[in-house]
Design a protein around this ligand. Structure first.
Ligand SMILES: [Zn+2]
Length: 115
């Protein structure tokens, strides 16, 4: 389960921002998680509570909000953009395999709410 490692790395980044901005308590962190990033949002929230209570200075009781990002793939052969989860690497319009992922593989911190 690599979600715990990701949670630690997010806490580290948020803690750094908190210190730089003289924030005493971070109340909510919003994460955007790509559909095909390999991260399971449920595992993230499971790790989160324990991690903020035990491994953070300024994030006790901090709430984690997750916004999923839809995965989209672009077809170089016909210029079509389609749903990655439904069709995978083959373009549903022209059956070409000459495609690449546009969005859906990324994870980033979108918003930090603090006091
Ligand atoms: Zn195509």
């Amino acid at each position: 389960m690599h979600e715990l490692g990701i949670v630690f790395s997010i806490i580290k980044q948020v803690e750094k921002v908190a210190v730089e901005n003289n924030v005493t308590s971070v109340k909510e962190v919003t994460l955007e998680i790509g559909e095909v990033s390999g991260i399971v949002p449920k595992y993230m929230t499971d790790c989160w509570q324990w991690a903020v209570d035990n491994r953070s200075e300024h994030m006790k009781d901090c709430h984690l909000r997750i916004i999923p990002i839809k995965a989209r793939t672009y077809c170089e052969a016909c210029g079509n953009t389609y749903d990655t989860v439904t069709y995978g690497k083959t373009c549903p319009k022209c059956q070409s395999g000459d495609t690449y992922l546009l969005t859906g593989n990324e994870t980033y911190i979108k918003d930090i709410k603090a006091i």
